[in-house]
Design a protein around this ligand. Sequence first.
Ligand code: B12
Ligand code: SF4
Length: 449
Amino acid sequence: MGLSGNTKPNNNKHEGKIMKIAFIKTFLNPKQVYTHSVTFDYLIASLLRSPLGGIIETKICFSPGEVIDYKPDIVCCSTATEAFMRMQEFAVMIKKEVDCVMLLGGTHITAVPQTLPDIFDIAVIGEAEQTIVDLLTCIHNKTSYKEIPGLAYKENGELKITEKRKYMKMDDLPIPVYKDIKYEKSGAVPILTTRGCVNICSHCSEQRIWRPFRVLSSEKLVDVMETHYKQSGKTSFLYLDDISFYNLKRVQSIRDILKERGLLGKLRVTKGAINSELVTEPIVVILKELGLKLIGFGLESACPEILEKYKMGRVKVSDFVNCMKLLGKYKIRNGASTVWGYPGETLDNMKETRDFLYEWNGKNSFYTFEQYVCQPLPGSDLWDMLFEQGKLSYDMDFSKIQIKPDYTKDDWFYANEDNVPRETFVKFIQEVSKELKKIRKETKGKANG
Ligand code: B12
Ligand code: SF4
């Protein structure tokens, strides 16, 4: 496939021809490989509604072999940090067999374009619905892509980053095309109702990738649900956002529009995310009406000293207590994520969080806690801090940045060795996970708290 970033196109293979585009994501956890990704649904929808719509063919692939068999002209690769090295391996395998333009996008390369490997022809930085249309139009027409905002590419070995791409209004985004959707066991349809987050946390990369916080209007959101329902008959939806329910007005308007259209109770939102400090009883009452079964929120740490480091003083342990009590009262299961090993965290700090988890897990089977290791995700303040300390680099092995590692191995990055040795840390988390499992078994079905 010819590229015209430089002045001369390589060949004319595509004139008057269909442009075949393969999409592929990489994962470290084999269980996640088939989770449906709205990333590609948005990109495909954007291409289809553009003038390129009539001349493209798309395929979502799950392995390099599938891409090779498809023989695409363009390969769209997407990855988070932990599977970035795997994505490179896949790209090498594909490029060996197929003459194609290899594109890379997603959270990792957006946060650290400095890590762009040579195997990729061009990286797309940040929100890409318009960028992909502009870029593929240039590739198709064999004109230069060098001035398109939102790109990174190499020229004579030097990294070039074009002007930042402006974000679109969420209502101007296309309704995602659910291409080759593989539903979760529950059959729920994944949808995105917001982009970004209302907060900034030191361990999170959202501030660099998706700021400012934007929302799909409630009207458009219900349109998306209704469109999908009419097409597929599916009645259950899961909101994939970092934060889905950020104030009372929002949940009221979603509820009211569903009601006006006779869809309340028929179309159900079964999963979504909140920020504990924003939860009030009137919000939870409506979440119950919407059908919520599981709400996720970031607990991170129940030790005030460490929590302050994550959430920069914005959230108190009392906010978690309030949030969990309210969710428990309305029998909505919470999936709160705990993050262990912030640089400087002591074993005593960890014990404080552990005791909180045991106490709350013991009260009610609706309180559940996920365990993660604190990792410097590129784009976060934590990444910047450890990078400046020389503990990270752009050519490091990024597959070490695992927030849910295999504890039997030591192939993951650990930032808190000085305070809690890795061995003690691992033993501690394993014990906590085991105990929480035991407590959950004992409280199964118990819903008062
Ligand atoms: C839903 C979700 C999941 C789901 C589904 C993932 C999937 N199948 O796509 C599950 C639960 C499986 C998951 C798993 C993980 N996740 Co996750 N996940 C999310 C979440 C909340 C939404 C993802 C999403 O759909 N976004 C909306 C789409 C439209 O955005 P997007 O994917 O970034 O794509 C846009 C652009 O980036 C660009 N683009 C992306 N790729 C490409 C490729 C090309 C070629 C082009 C042109 C453009 C392009 O175009 C899109 C449209 O604008 C994000 C947070 C977020 N707000 O994005 C975290 C997030 C992506 N996850 C994160 C993490 C850490 C993980 C896990 C490591 C957790 C774990 N150990 O289990 C794994 C890693 C999985 C992996 N290898 O990708 C981090 C990644 C940070 C990082 N630098 O690595 C994020 C950013 C959350 C956070 N704030 O920390 N995740
Ligand atoms: S950790 Fe959660 S609350 Fe904090 S900025 Fe990231 S998405 Fe928002």
